[in-house]
Design a protein around this ligand. Structure first.
Ligand code: FES
Length: 236
């Protein structure tokens, strides 16, 4: 079948304004949107810029807006859309466009780094690994599935109005370490999140949960941080 793609184009080095370029692509219903973009770039227009690597929902590099919804281009199929084989492809909102569908994710990763996304422990390193009981592992497991695609943060309505807000992805990573029984920074981590640019910026809109390509209950995980703060665990 023939599909029409209207793709956002913008090269800040050459263009004064963005535009939509139209391409016609032959595709099967089971083809991924990423397959179609690849076909455009390989067969019609090598200047089209977008990120993609694994093509299997693992690396998180091809989050974009497909017919108005943020999604991974490698996870969405042509048949998933009831739009008469017409597609509009745009870059992630919130972030600055570097070129076409590629956005500047540096602010996203800066916020991720700000929550200290690594285990902090005290004392001597053990000879073997630091053990975690299975109950605690299962509790933080949803957060381990995050591939840092930025879909949740780009979709979050709070991120759109408050650029200083950490956003759901960074807060999800914070949850992962706040609730890890092996981490010794719990109190400090909670205190750092106890403000409107941190966990209280989250207004429980659930958009992050709806858009997550890995099915992570993001809002619920963020709720655990709020619960600990309300319990007073940050003020012990
Ligand atoms: S290309 Fe890796 S997640 Fe889509």
């Amino acid at each position: 079948m023939q599909c029409t793609f209207a793709v956002f184009r913008f090269d800040p080095a050459a263009d004064r304004q963005s535009r939509y370029q139209h391409y016609v692509v032959s595709a099967e219903p089971a083809d991924k949107i990423l397959d179609c973009l690849n076909r455009i770039r390989w067969e019609q227009d090598p200047t089209l810029a977008y990120r993609a690597s694994c093509a299997h929902g693992i690396c998180g590099s091809d989050a974009m807006v497909i017919n108005g919804h943020v999604a991974l281009a490698c996870q969405k199929l042509v048949r998933d859309f009831k739009t008469a084989n017409n597609f509009v492809i745009e870059p992630l909102p919130v972030f600055q466009v570097l070129r076409d569908l590629i956005v500047d994710l540096r602010p996203f990763f800066e916020k991720h780094r700000a929550v200290r996304p690594y285990l902090v422990t005290a004392g001597e390193n053990p000879e073997k690994e630091r053990l975690q009981n299975s109950e605690n592992q299962q509790f933080v497991e949803p957060a381990l599935r995050c591939i840092l695609c930025a879909a949740c943060t780009a979709t979050c309505p709070i991120t759109r109005v408050n650029p200083a807000y950490l956003g759901p992805a960074a807060l999800l990573r914070a949850f992962r370490y706040v609730c890890d029984s092996r981490d010794t920074l719990t109190l400090e981590r909670l205190q750092a999140l106890d403000n409107d640019d941190g966990i209280w910026g989250c207004k429980t809109m659930w958009w992050c949960t709806e858009v997550c390509p890995k099915g992570i209950p993001v809002t619920k995980c963020l709720g655990q941080i709020k619960r600990l703060l309300k319990k007073g665990d940050a003020h012990a």
